[in-house]
Design a protein around this ligand. Sequence first.
Ligand code: HEC
Length: 129
Amino acid sequence: MTSRIVFAGLALVSLVAVSACNKSGGSSAPPVSPAAKAEAAEIFSSRCTVCHGAQGAGDGPGSAGLSPKPRNFQDKAWQGSVKDDYIANIIKNGGGAVGKSAAMPPNPDLAEKTEVVNALVAHVRSLAQ
Ligand code: HEC
């Protein structure tokens, strides 16, 4: 009898552990098609790396004269401190729209391209180390 209760308890604990694991491990980011992912990668290297650097360290050639400088996207503490919506917003509307430096340019051509913006957000997230 006791062993049955212990077994049920163990099963419950492992169930809870599995679902907690899924929650933290699984990303809530919306799905992104391979085409949108490819477009976002192209946009990141053609538009963003000049300031943010290929690995997002904030060390692109265009960052030299900037103040404030673009931050290091590899910084996990920063990654954890911002929501996907915030990143999408600054990409679409620029730094000026969120109270940050206007040196971070808006990308009005992406305003309707939600999937590409989501893929860019995912790209920024992927740079965390
Ligand atoms: C001309 C230089 C420049 C370009 C090009 C540029 N950025 Fe930025 N970006 C900045 C600067 C400078 C900041 C920091 C603004 C601040 O801290 O006030 C910034 C901030 C950001 C932030 C917010 C970081 C934070 O501190 O909250 C994100 C996300 C971002 N940029 C993504 C992008 C993406 C994606 C692209 C390409 C589509 C891009 N940027 C293009 C200069 C640039």
